[in-house]
Design a binder for this molecule. Structure first.
Ligand code: PGA
Length: 242
């Protein structure tokens, strides 16, 4: 893994946006895997800025989001569909037909996962995958477990993730308890990966991830097997690294 320690969150966001810009400018119809959560917000705001300055053109960009809560309606302010529109898609020239987010309100979640996998396969996989990391080491919503799933699937969220994400909801009991998430193979098949790690609350898990071992109990540790992963980490999150 290529590790880039950034002085602060602003620098991390700028570097991540630059990598995404290069990918989109270098290859027509680039397929970008997108993440939600607090960490990529700065990156998305930088991308909007680059677009407004005419430095990036999203007209042929294709996106696939990592995950979505289940069950949640698209227009719910905490759905990831809503998040992407509010924080990126509504502000750039992307064709919404080229954006993909699993439907968190599908009656049959397994059918929805299967059709998401088919779309991913038909597009030939992801060129650049953007990841955050959960304080429990999850990537996407691939939660620590004895076994991880390869492809997009319905997952039960851990109490740690529900507690972490309750800050976005009125009550912890309002947080959906399940999600649809791309699987580990979907993520590891991406040609390039960038993982964004920011803040002291991620220092402990970052140190775990960088131990020289791979375990399904820290799903992000599986990135050690990927040939082209860049870790963008700020000083706060890197404070417990050896
Ligand atoms: P966060 O979430 O960026 O809001 O910390 C990251 C994640 O859960 O993947």
């Amino acid at each position: 893994m290529n590790i880039v320690i950034c002085n602060n969150y602003g620098e991390l966001s700028k570097k991540a946006a630059h990598i995404i810009k290069e990918q989109i400018n270098d290859k027509q119809n680039s397929v970008i895997g997108l993440a939600t959560g607090s960490t990529p917000l700065g990156t998305y705001s930088e991308l909007i800025d680059l677009y407004k300055k005419g430095k990036i053109n999203f007209s042929d960009t294709i996106t696939f989001n990592l995950d979505e809560y289940y069950r949640i309606k698209k227009d719910h302010p905490q759905s990831y569909d809503y998040f992407m529109n509010e924080n990126l898609f509504n502000h750039i020239n992307i064709d919404k037909k080229n954006t993909h987010i699993a439907n968190g309100d599908a009656d049959n979640p397994n059918d929805e996962c299967e059709s998401y996998n088919k779309m991913l396969d038909s597009i030939g996989g992801i060129d650049l995958q953007v990841l955050g990391i959960g304080s429990n080491g999850h990537i996407g919503f691939n939660e620590p477990a004895q076994e991880l799933s390869a492809r997009t699937h319905l997952v039960k969220l851990t109490s740690k993730t529900i507690e972490d994400n309750s800050r976005f909801f009125n009550n912890v009991s309002d947080v959906p308890t399940q999600a649809l998430t791309m699987g580990m193979a979907d993520i590891l098949k991406a040609k390039k990966i960038i993982i964004l790690i920011s803040g002291v609350n991620k220092a402990k898990i970052a140190a775990e991830m960088f131990k020289n071992r791979i375990t399904t109990q820290v799903p992000a540790s599986m990135l050690h097997m990927h040939p082209n992963t860049t870790v963008l980490i700020d000083k706060d999150a890197a404070s417990m690294l050896p």
